[in-house]
Design a protein around this ligand. Structure first.
Ligand SMILES: *[C@@H]1O[C@H](CO)[C@@H](O)[C@H](O)[C@H]1NC(C)=O
Ligand SMILES: *[C@@H]1O[C@H](CO)[C@@H](O)[C@H](O)[C@H]1NC(C)=O
Ligand SMILES: *[C@@H]1O[C@H](CO)[C@@H](O)[C@H](O)[C@H]1NC(C)=O
Ligand SMILES: *[C@@H]1O[C@H](CO)[C@@H](O)[C@H](O)[C@H]1NC(C)=O
Ligand SMILES: *[C@@H]1O[C@H](CO)[C@@H](O)[C@H](O)[C@H]1NC(C)=O
Ligand SMILES: *[C@@H]1O[C@H](CO)[C@@H](O)[C@H](O)[C@H]1NC(C)=O
Length: 425
């Protein structure tokens, strides 16, 4: 801790010079890209088009690709989006898209402000955009979720973003945007590629390592939460950005874990499901059953941070699936499970039958969820992504869920609990 010196307080001349040089170079870089060209990436997918045409600000649109190898996987991904999922089961372009996210030259890096924790919007030379989160802790660091380490104080993990993409794909949801690990040269690929005071003014050193505080909610961007590039290298997660400035429609999660214990009407004290099911916006379309699947997903990764959830904006909200983004607070602790994560499921006792069948299959020897996720994650450039203890945790938590569903079935019968694709009530 004694080595952490905020540059603003004690700034040696040499670092001042570096900082000035960085700023000079950044002015050159950013002035040439600030005015994002009007050429639009040819998007033919009607769903994506509908989402973008009414978007008033389309400056985050990918532009026509300059690089033939890399733009094709992006185009194929855009064309693969439907009202049921972000991408298809086969998604033959996926290895290419992930490879491109992991290697494409970075053109611009900007602090990305939505949310409370630090993240960066990356623009690549090939016209694609991604959201990056930095590594903060080693793989064996875990969060206790006790009085001194409360769930809201937990810092995001870049590995959780990567692992969530793989888990979601193995479960067959296909609702988490493609996400991959990458090592970047912090100075040349991030700092030099932006102009953010939020980065430049918050640089510090830890021994020889360059660190920064960043610009985000004060509770997470402070000198107790510095982010450091070891030997100049920073590990990041790189998750595909869905085009458009606000690509998602946001809804409040009634089973939000941050709801205060003072609220005696909340799910923490009573079964709120009957009340929730009176809301038409919840019961129309596939929304409610998707929500139950999201609850299962968050239980598997033990994520307390799902205060809102998202629909693909301005398409057909009634029919759109629930997108699963922002999973950085998952995979915090493989040793303990929390049945409260399943509250919505045991309160509502209703689940999509086909998904339940898939989950049952994922408990069978040779096809276990934990093994499949482990195998899938081993292909990531930053593997190993998770501590091995997480894989049995996934299997254990899946059985907890199945057990809750069986309890529901014994109370209400299979017909009422395990329902069809778009049935909600
Ligand atoms: C990349 O994009 C350009 C411009 O839209 C297009 O002409 C070209 O066919 C694309 N490349 C591939 C390999 O699809
Ligand atoms: C919470 O867990 C951390 C890490 O295991 C431990 O250091 C701390 O003492 C615990 N606090 C409480 C109140 O149990
Ligand atoms: C940093 O941590 C110390 C020791 O735990 C605490 O006293 C201080 O308030 C923290 N500072 C911030 C800005 O959170
Ligand atoms: C950083 O460099 C030191 C000294 O060369 C080396 O021991 C260490 O393993 C390096 N760390 C990483 C993460 O590469
Ligand atoms: C969505 O569903 C609601 C309730 O059934 C209906 O009133 C509304 O017209 C629907 N919207 C669209 C775009 O279909
Ligand atoms: C649920 O799936 C099981 C197994 O395929 C099937 O036997 C049952 O009829 C299905 N129930 C409904 C309501 O579709």
């Amino acid at each position: 801790m004694a080595l952490l010196i905020v540059l603003g307080l004690l700034i040696p001349d040499i670092e001042k010079d570096v900082s000035a040089e960085i700023r000079r170079r950044q002015r050159i870089v950013t002035s040439s890209v600030d005015n994002l060209a009007a050429i639009k990436h040819p998007i033919s997918n009607p769903f994506l088009k509908a989402a973008l045409e009414v978007d008033d600000e389309v400056d985050l649109m990918p532009k026509a690709g300059q690089s033939t190898e890399q733009n094709s996987s992006l185009e194929e991904f855009h064309n693969d989006l439907t009202l049921d999922s972000l991408y298809s089961v086969e998604a033959p372009y996926m290895p290419r898209l992930l490879h491109s996210l992991a290697t494409a030259p970075i053109k611009k890096a900007t602090v990305f402000s939505p949310g409370t924790q630090f993240k960066i919007l990356l623009e690549f030379e090939n016209g694609n955009f991604a959201i990056a989160k930095p590594m903060r802790h080693k793989r064996d660091f875990y969060w206790a979720y006790n009085k001194t380490q409360q769930n809201w104080q937990d810092q995001e993990r870049h590995t959780a973003e990567i692992a969530s993409f793989h888990l979601d794909r193995v479960m067959g949801f296909r609702r988490v945007p493609p996400c991959v690990g990458r090592k970047v040269d912090f100075l040349n690929e991030i700092l030099m590629k932006g102009k953010d005071d939020g980065l430049l003014d918050t640089m510090t050193w830890r021994g020889d390592d360059i660190c920064f505080i960043g610009d985000c909610a004060p509770v997470f961007c402070n000198k107790n939460h510095t982010i450091c590039a070891e030997n100049g290298t920073l590990e990041i997660s790189v998750c595909q950005k869905i085009p458009g400035r606000r690509p998602f429609h946001e809804e409040f999660n009634p089973w939000n874990h941050y709801i205060t214990l003072r609220d005696k009407t909340s799910w923490k004290y009573r079964n709120i499901c009957t009340d929730i099911l009176k809301k038409q916006r919840i019961t129309r379309g596939r929304f409610f059953l998707d929500l139950m699947e999201l609850v299962l997903f968050d239980h598997l990764i033990r994520n307390y941070d799902r205060h809102h959830y998202f629909l693909v904006n301005r398409i057909d909200r009634n029919m759109s699936f629930v997108v699963i983004v922002d999973n950085g607070k998952g995979f915090g602790n493989p040793y303990e499970d929390d049945i409260k994560c399943l509250a919505a499921i045991y309160q509502c006792c209703r689940f999509r039958n086909s998904t339940f069948n898939t989950m049952l299959a994922l408990t069978k020897e040779g096809n276990k969820l934990g093994d499949l996720v482990k195998a899938s994650l081993s292909k990531d450039p930053l593997a190993p992504i998770l501590l091995d203890d997480f894989f049995p945790a996934l299997d254990r938590r899946l059985l907890m869920f199945i057990n809750e569903i069986y309890k529901c079935v014994s109370m209400f019968g299979q017909e009422k609990v395990l329902v069809g694709e778009h049935v909600t009530t």
